[in-house]
Design a protein around this ligand. Structure first.
Ligand SMILES: *Cc1c(COP(=O)(O)O)cnc(C)c1O
Length: 361
């Protein structure tokens, strides 16, 4: 046999697998999970629903009941079609596959969500990252528009709010990007529940716009359910690539169930937004820290005159796992990202952070 390296696609050979660090025994503030659980009574009702799922049968390939529930609960207009993914990561992969060609380019602002670049590589399509403003991570109109003019990207990803920076880009600039884009624009609203802003209302105005969301950051990360909204001209083509049973029966029934108790998720999101305000204030008042305002359920901050690697390691040694972004992008020197959690967990984090900073001096 010829070697493994002979057969594996060179684009894949040159990649690094996405690494998820072990979090065993740690306070997990690295992955934007919702810290709140459901009330016990609701959990019992949920178990009753799961008990009735015919697990010996294939799932509903269209997940029609779940889509209908989503449409009602999230007030999705009739002219908008819905496509479901096993997490929005899968939807990113499906879109990237559908438009892929080695002579094409996908584009996204950077620093941004790493999956856009990673998945572009796996489908052997070029990727262009356009730098954000180094001070506040805002989108630079001229930088975006000239990159679009020059590269003519088949696909543009815009996370709104952006991960890992947490900000909402200027709406008028994003609309300009959509107008000037020769191809598809996907607005990734993974943090919609905490943002109070959306591009859903523009779906009727533009033929090249899709809006993507997920239930992951709202308390259902383990379920894996993302959804893509847009005109059927796009979604009908993308549906051809989606594997027929990508949303398993347990996920379908669980999502239907919790969507009929949507106020529980909405209340949790409201608590997280309140906690975010307090955590931002505490971070901003901490010596040696610069924090950026956030419209998501995490906060990006920089250590000033202190080595972020040491702060990260110090936190971990004391049982707190956050995300170290130092070294991931030139604009993220000494930057760390923390998930907004319960008041109690946020206090644990901020106390330990302040102890570590004090021990420096
Ligand atoms: C977390 C995240 C996703 C992925 O969400 P899943 O639905 O869990 O796959 C997509 N986009 C952005 C910007 C994210 O931060």
């Amino acid at each position: 046999m010829k070697s493994v390296k002979h057969w594996i696609n060179p684009a894949i050979l040159s990649m690094q697998a996405y690494h998820v660090p072990s979090s065993a025994g740690l306070l997990k503030l690295d992955a934007m999970e919702n810290p709140y659980v459901w009330p016990e009574e609701l959990r019992q009702k949920w178990l009753q629903v799961l008990k009735e799922v015919p697990i010996n049968r294939y799932p509903d390939a269209d997940a029609a009941a779940l889509k209908e529930r989503l449409r009602t609960v999230l007030a999705i207009p009739d002219y908008v079609s819905i496509m479901l993914g096993n997490g929005s990561d899968e939807l990113i992969q499906i879109i990237a596959l559908a438009l892929a060609r080695s002579d094409r380019t996908y584009l996204a602002p950077e620093p941004g969500f790493v999956m856009y670049r990673l998945i572009s590589q796996t489908v052997n399509t070029g990727f262009c990252g356009v730098q954000l403003n180094p001070d506040d991570f805002s989108m630079e109109r001229t930088a975006m528009l000239s990159a679009i003019e020059e590269r003519q990207p088949a696909l543009i990803f815009i996370a709104y709010p952006n991960n890992p920076t947490g900000n909402l880009f200027d709406r008028e600039i994003v609309l300009d990007v959509i107008k000037h884009a020769p191809g598809l624009v996907v607005i990734d609203e993974a943090y919609h529940a905490f943002a109070g802003a959306s591009f859903m209302e523009y779906l009727d105005d533009f033929d090249n716009l899709l809006v993507m969301r997920t239930l992951s950051k709202s308390g259902l990360a383990g379920l894996r359910l993302g959804y893509l909204l847009g005109k059927s001209a796009w979604l009908d083509e993308l549906e051809k690539i989606r594997l027929p049973y990508n949303i398993n029966s347990l996920s379908q029934k669980s999502a239907e169930f919790i969507l009929s108790h949507y106020e529980v998720l909405a209340d949790q999101a409201a608590s997280i937004c309140r906690n975010r305000k307090e955590l931002y204030r505490q971070l901003s008042e901490t010596d040696g820290i610069k924090a950026w305002p956030s419209a998501a359920n995490f906060i990006l901050f920089r250590t000033l005159g202190l080595d972020a690697n040491r702060i990260f390691t110090g936190l971990k040694a004391r049982g707190v796992l956050i995300k170290n972004l130092h070294g991931s992008h030139s604009l993220l020197q000494n930057c760390l990202r923390v998930t907004v959690s319960t008041e109690k967990e946020n206090t644990v984090f901020i106390d330990i952070l302040r102890q570590i900073i004090q021990s420096y001096h």
